[in-house]
Write a protein of this length. Sequence first.
Length: 457
Amino acid sequence: MSIVREDSYVIIDLCSYMTRCGVGVNDPNRLPAYLIPTVVGELSTATVASGAAEEAAKDDTTPNEAEPAAETGDSEAKPTVGSTSQPTYVVGESALRKLTDKDSAPVWPMASDHVDDWDRMVIFWEYILAKRFKLKFDNMESPVLLSVPTQWSRLETERTAQIFFERFNVPGLYIAEQPLLAAYGSGVLTALVVKIGHRYTDITPVIDSNIQYQAAQRLELAGQDIDQRLLELLRKDKALVELLGDDLNLAFSQMVKENHLDLSPLTEDDETVPALPTAVAGATALAAASKKEAADKAGPQRIEFEYKGKKISLNTDVAKSVEVLFNPELAPKRSLDLVTAIERAVLQCDVDKRMALWDCLLLTGGLSLTKGLPQLLERRLKSRVLAQSDNAGDTQPQEVKFGRIPEYFSRYKDRPDYMAYLGATIAAKLVFNDPKNYVHKADYNEMGPAAIFCKNN
């Protein structure tokens, strides 16, 4: 049995755009403590000397339960404000707010889902451990479970182990891949994990707790493309352009996507649904016509909210911005569309396992919070992939079922974007309970960075 207390376990769900982290797994319903943009900025000497860095380095410890945007950063070397002998770094939202024109552009050290800038990556990790969680590296007692993308190479995993053991002095480390943890978070061992993030969409089959790397698909179509397409649609509204002026930008588009986008209109009027038998089609058409007539009498629906003190009214047609996932030419990008990529991922798995994947599709990532997305994806899959005949064979899917976080995780059940983080907390309770399950300091001292592969499988 482990002598390490569950309330000391550190969980870091590391993503290219937003990282979720927390300490303690003794309460399974505890949400991640912090949501931090995975970005690091460097302040100019002029900014530091002016004292403006004091505001950027304030210790804001608002918990995630109160929905913080992110946290400000602290310098790697912790120079005093006004010192120009060492660089001063800021992390998260503070890195995105350039205090002066002389400050360098912020760096996303994992923009490609690989570690592109190791120096900034170390600063980011140190910020989480030392600044946010107040851990002391000379007396480190908290093991760390790190959730990472499947794209990581062996070299990246080994170097990460080296940094955590040699620089942060962790007593134990376990590195797990996000699709597998997402499956654990929904209480299954076999699933088709579809993560729609900010920069990429990843479709990863997991079968009996084994990631099917040969079948995994990655699309360069994701949230940022929807932001751009949504902005194009918004700029067609002349009244909105006149009202917002320069405020009608990507930041506004992203805010609309995250807080007000509803895809229900697309599921109610989707021409891609296959033809039905005549009698059924007639009844369906009559019901649809009645519904449309009622909607026409009620007038066009609008999305209304306030933004910077101004009353905003948007046409529900902005929901069509999500079509970029199903029609890459709208981006424009050379890419598979989402439905084709999902089908390809399943078809590259063993025939006898495909039905199990269609029986548990897990939708996660930031876009999974969008109202109506599961229903829209289901309709598109039905129209193009699923069998339309009652005489279909045993290997031909006739329906797709969406998995979800179990109801007893009451604070997580409406947060599919936290699926991998929840799975990480579950894994940590099992892994760190026995030193045989994870790499501890004695293992590292004996085998070096390669030890991380001895107990991470």
